[in-house]
Design a protein around this ligand. Sequence first.
Ligand SMILES: C[S@@+](CC[C@H](N)C(=O)[O-])C[C@H]1O[C@@H](n2cnc3c(N)ncnc32)[C@H](O)[C@@H]1O
Length: 304
Amino acid sequence: MPVLGDAVLEGLRAHEAGRFADGTLGGGGHAELILKASAGNWLGGSDRDGAAVEAASSRLAPYADRVEIRRGKFSDLLKWIEAGTLDGILLDLGVSSPQLDEKERGFSLQQEGPLDMRMDKTQMETAADWVNTRPESELADLFWRDGGERQSRKIAKAIIYSRKDSEIKTTTQLAALVEKACPRFGRKVHPATRVFQALRIAVNDELNELREGLPKVCSLIKPGGRLAVITFHSGEDRIVKKFGREEARDYDVPGEEDVPDMRVPRPARMRWVNRKAIRASECELEANPRARSAQLRVLEMIGE
Ligand SMILES: C[S@@+](CC[C@H](N)C(=O)[O-])C[C@H]1O[C@@H](n2cnc3c(N)ncnc32)[C@H](O)[C@@H]1O
C-alpha cells in the first residue's frame, strides 16, 4: 500500500469521478489507487525520473484509456494539462523505494554504488561533482541547512582533506569518511544519513522546485478541487505550510514583513482541509517503516 494511501484518496475525494494529476508518479502506486477509486477517474501523471515513468507506465497499462503519462518535473505539468481543469493533484515528494534500492543510482549509503543521486539522469551535476568541487563552506552550510547535521563543519573539513588525495567516487567511500570523522558511539542511525539527505536535496534542487512548483500546480486546480502533498523532510513541510498560509489568508503583504497596517485586502484563494498534518498510523508504520517521517497536508481551491 502506498504511503498514507487511504488519507490521500479521502483528501483528494478520488472516489467521486474526476480529473486528477500525480506529479511524482514513482512506481505508480498512488496513481493506481486513484484510478481504482472510481472507474470515471482520469489521471495525468509525470515524474522527472525516466525509470519511474517506465515502471509507472507498465503498472498503469490496464487503465491506458484514462491515463496520460509524460516525463518531466511537476512544475511543468502546466505545459500539457489545461489550467483550472483538475479536481485534484498529488505530490508525494522525496525519493522512491526503487531509487533507494538500486545501488547504481547512488542514493543509498548502505550499498556500494557511484555517488550519483540524480533523479533525472539527463541532468549534468551528480553528488560526486558536489563533494569533489564545492568549497568547504558551501558543503558545511548545505549539510547544516538541508540535513540538520550538527557536525557539518567537521564533515566538510574531512571531505576537503580526503579529496586532496583522491576523488570521492562512491557512496560507501563517502559514508566511511563521514563515519571516521564522526564515529557512531553505539548509535543505530548511520552518521552519514543527514549528509546523504542534504546532498540528494541539493543535487535535485528539490526545495526550489517545490517553492516554484506549488503555485504552478495550483493553477491547474478548478474551484473546489484539492492539492495533497506528502513531505518527508522538515524543509519541505515548511515550504508547504508557508504556501498554504499565504493562499489561505485574505490579504496580500507588500514586502517581506507582514505589517497589519500595510495589508492589501483580497479574497482567500485556498483553504486548509485539515488543520494539522496527517501522519501514518502505528499499523501502517509496522508494515512500512519508511512512512515514519511522512506528513500529508491538503488544501482546497476556493470556489468562485
Ligand atoms: C516518493 S516517490 C513517489 C512514489 C509514488 N507516489 C508511488 O506510489 O509509487 C517520489 C517520486 O517523485 C519524483 N520526483 C521528485 N521530485 C520531482 C519533481 N520535482 N518533479 C517530478 N518528479 C519528482 C522522484 O523521481 C520519485 O520517483
